[in-house]
Design a protein. Structure first.
Length: 509
């Protein structure tokens, strides 16, 4: 550990002081421990007088790391084993110190990112079963699991299913072949396991939910999983521009042992305490901050109604941001989609291929489209607005084209017989007749937009997806509903508003 601290000191002293006007962007991945560590990073920086911009709950490893290397975020908690296998694509070997040395040496030149010395605990992958099921099948190790896997259903996170240090590697080493495989979000998998919907899940060794659901963690008897030491992974720009922030984050190195981290996870995931309160208490117990711990003793004993009331100010802010996301992206889609539909109606021979091409965008998973935007536009509002506008295009273009093309032929013929020009016919006959069809496409796009905008939380754009993502990560149904209910009401309100617009613009028969 002395060598690692020396590395951090060398890192700090070798960089000149620079202006600190820009806030440090602190992010996390969407699971409980990552939320806690990121909040500890943020509060520690703020206690040192450094402004912070929080971006919690970014999508899987690839999304968070792409945001870091593109400069959209400055720091997030990561694990050395993930850095070695998933990001460097190297074969795991050696102990925790060797793994850290390899990622610490490779990342600056390859990715312009740096690892601070580890926080002091490992959090390796854990394959878990219901204790009763494991006992009845005689399963205690992963080798035992391989004997009966063909009769079991697995519920694994999408990240784990695709990672080299996840299911593909386990399959190669242990020969695991499950009867059925389902991709589940982090906290959903535990509920599915407890309900008997799946028999095996992946988790993390420090998860509080393992204790909550009384699960059996299977021993990795062949030593497949590499060491996963938690550490702050920082971008090169933070090292260059704000060495004081790096120095503050390095104060956490070696200070959090596995027992402390499990206790913090338990307070959030089992007892339902608020993450800022838990993070503040942890920093104070480490003598890193002096401010008293907030007394907001929120727990899961508070019902949904009380939770909604106590969170009303936050929910109002998130709803307004969600409405901004939907309004701006829908407006852009209308400004592009309606003229494009009119243009295609004038070129009917090439219309269908273009419209189908626009429709292909909607076949892409929303989170994939959002992740694709990160290298181009970073994270936050800008990539979310572009992605949502693209998602909204198809129904607007399709309905505009169809509505104008199929406008009442007899009315069009009558207008032409009266000597009206094509432009006059379009403006005074065809567009008014097509208005209900065009508005139907806009209403469809708006409702899709409201739902898809919840995914924008995965790239730090905010909105009502924030409590949904956090609730899924923390297995808190109140948080999920606090985002889902306003989103559903917002969709109804937007559709009703556009229905009024439709009645206004439609011609009276």
């Amino acid at each position: 550990m002395i060598g690692r601290i020396a590395l951090a000191v060398l890192l700090l002293t070798s960089v000149p002081e620079a202006p600190r006007a820009r806030p440090v962007v602190v992010a996390s991945k969407p699971f409980g421990e990552s939320y806690i560590l990121a909040e500890m990073f943020a509060q520690l920086l703020e206690s040192r007088g450094i402004r912070v911009d929080r971006r919690p709950g970014l999508g899987a490893t690839e999304v968070a790391f792409r945001a870091l290397t593109s400069g959209a975020i400055d720091v997030y908690p990561e694990y050395t084993g993930t850095g070695l296998l998933v990001l460097l694509h190297e074969t795991p070997s050696g102990g925790a110190g060797e793994v850290y040395a390899r990622v610490a040496a490779a990342f600056p030149s390859r990715f312009h990112a740096r690892w601070l010395p580890p926080l002091g605990f490992e959090n390796t992958y854990a394959i878990a079963m219901r204790r009763k099921s494991a006992d009845s099948l005689g399963v205690r190790t992963l080798s035992d699991l391989s004997r009966v896997a063909g009769t079991l259903r697995a519920g694994l996170t999408p990240d784990f299913i695709g990672r080299a240090d996840g299911l593909p590697g386990l399959t190669e080493v242990y020969g695991l072949r499950f009867q059925a495989l389902r991709a589940l979000l982090p906290a959903v998998k535990y509920r599915a396991l407890a309900a008997g919907d799946v028999d095996v899940v992946d988790g993390y060794s420090t998860d509080g939910l393992i204790e909550r659901y009384d699960l059996r963690v299977l021993s990795d008897d062949k030593g497949f999983f590499p060491p996963y030491e938690a550490a702050a992974l920082i971008g090169e720009r933070l090292v260059r521009e704000n060495p004081a922030a790096v120095a503050a984050l390095a104060e956490l190195s070696g200070r959090i042992d596995v027992g402390r981290m499990r206790a913090l996870n338990r307070r959030v995931e089992v007892e339902g305490q608020a993450i800022p309160q838990v993070a503040r208490g942890a920093l104070r117990s480490l003598a890193l901050v002096d401010a008293p711990v907030a007394t907001e003793g929120e727990s899961r004993r508070q019902g949904l109604g009380g939770y909604l009331v106590s969170s009303s100010a936050t929910l109002l802010s998130l709803t307004l941001r969600h409405l901004l996301l939907v309004g701006v992206s829908l407006g852009v889609a209308i400004l592009v989609g309606v003229p494009l539909g009119l243009l295609l109606e004038r070129r009917a021979h090439s219309a269908e291929p273009v419209i189908r091409g626009v429709g292909i965008i909607q076949t892409l998973p929303g989170i994939a489209l959002l992740a694709f935007m990160i290298p181009l536009l970073g994270i936050g509002m800008a990539p979310a607005l572009v992605a949502l506008a693209l998602y909204s295009l198809y129904p607007i273009v399709r309905n505009t084209f169809t509505g104008v093309r199929d406008a009442d032929p007899s009315a069009v013929d009558a207008a032409r017989a009266l000597g009206m020009t094509d432009v006059q016919i379009l403006r005074q006959v065809r567009l008014p007749l097509a208005a209900p069809v065009i508005m139907a496409g806009i209403r469809t796009a708006a409702v899709i937009d409201v739902g898809t905008a919840t995914l924008a939380a995965f790239i730090g754009a905010g909105g009502l997806g924030d409590p949904i993502v956090s609730g899924l990560a923390l297995s808190d149904s109140r948080m999920i509903l606090s985002g889902a209910i306003p989103a559903a009401l917002l969709a109804l309100a937007v559709d009703a508003t556009l229905a009024g617009v439709e009645r206004f613009v439609s011609p009276r028969r």
